[in-house]
Design a binder for this molecule. Structure first.
Ligand SMILES: [Zn+2]
Length: 278
């Protein structure tokens, strides 16, 4: 699960393609006008708030999902997330291992009106394609936003990371499936959910993000967007094939607070999904 000082591997042409998509802000692979890319970079000046930054709080919700009508967002572009992952259509590629440099941290947790979010890691990083990304926050959706072979899961967790010294975002997407036993890591968050919406609470509870990562490192990757307004494009998605477990009680605990917080799957259009060969 953990790799220490992973050997740097040379990128093959597929990785270079994916990498080019990341660094070019989708201009190379999605047909997003350059002026929109410029706006995206401005939006990402406030990385923690990026996924929730669509204008004033309360200007969007899951009841009226026509977010493409919201001005000054990327929601109407054709390179959006989530998508349905079709495993048979994914292109096997020599993708490098993700290096997890996660440290335990005392989490701050907030009910932001759309999801339960945890953050507070000062030094937790991942390395993807030789670039370092700092952990910004994790949060949940119910049911899952991405589908796998047309199937949805009860929940999905997103671990949002931002490039050190840059604006590129990498989101690790992890499906949560119902299991017999409770998940001790998810329990830590659920038992610390603040009473009051919009008020972050610092807890004394340490979490280590590595504990949330599925044992199998088989993943699917594509270039998409944030799944909430402003639907910022150019996000590298890494979705693990293996789900992590949670008990029915834990899933119920979460969905009593938030259910129906999944954006419908978007068309893949001209994009391609790559997968690890392991
Ligand atoms: Zn999310």
């Amino acid at each position: 699960m953990k790799t220490n000082n992973t050997k740097v591997k040379r990128m093959n042409s597929l990785q270079l393609f994916l990498f080019a998509c990341m660094t070019a802000g989708m201009v190379a692979c999605g047909g997003v006008p350059e002026e929109e890319v410029a706006e995206e970079e401005q939006v990402l000046d406030e990385p923690v708030a990026a996924e929730e930054a669509a204008g004033e709080e309360g200007m969007w919700n899951y009841e009226n999902i026509n977010w493409e009508d919201i001005e000054n967002t990327d929601c109407a572009t054709n390179v959006q997330s989530p998508i349905n992952i079709e495993p048979d259509d994914a292109i096997p590629a020599q993708l490098g291992d993700i290096e997890y440099n996660y440290e335990p941290f005392a989490m701050t947790i907030v009910d932001n009106g759309h999801t339960i979010q945890a953050y507070g890691a000062e030094t937790s990083m991942i390395v993807v394609d030789e670039k370092e990304y700092k952990f910004m926050q994790l949060h949940f959706h119910a049911p899952s936003e991405h589908a796998y072979d047309g199937e949805y899961f009860p929940m999905e967790m997103h671990l949002v990371h931002q490039e050190v010294g840059g604006d590129d975002l990498v989101v690790l997407g992890i499906f949560i499936e119902e299991a017999e036993t409770a998940n001790p890591f998810i329990e830590k968050i659920l038992t610390e959910v603040p009473e009051e919406e919009g008020v972050p609470v610092e807890t004394a509870v340490d979490i280590t993000l590595s504990d949330y990562i599925p044992p199998s490192q088989k993943y699917y990757t594509y270039i998409g967007s944030l799944t909430t307004p402003p639907c910022t494009v150019g996000v590298t998605w890494i979705l693990f094939e293996e789900a992590i477990p949670a008990s029915a009680e834990q899933i119920a605990m979460y969905t009593e607070i938030y259910s129906n917080t999944a954006r419908p799957v978007q068309e893949l259009e001209n994009r391609r999904v790559f997968t690890t060969m392991q």
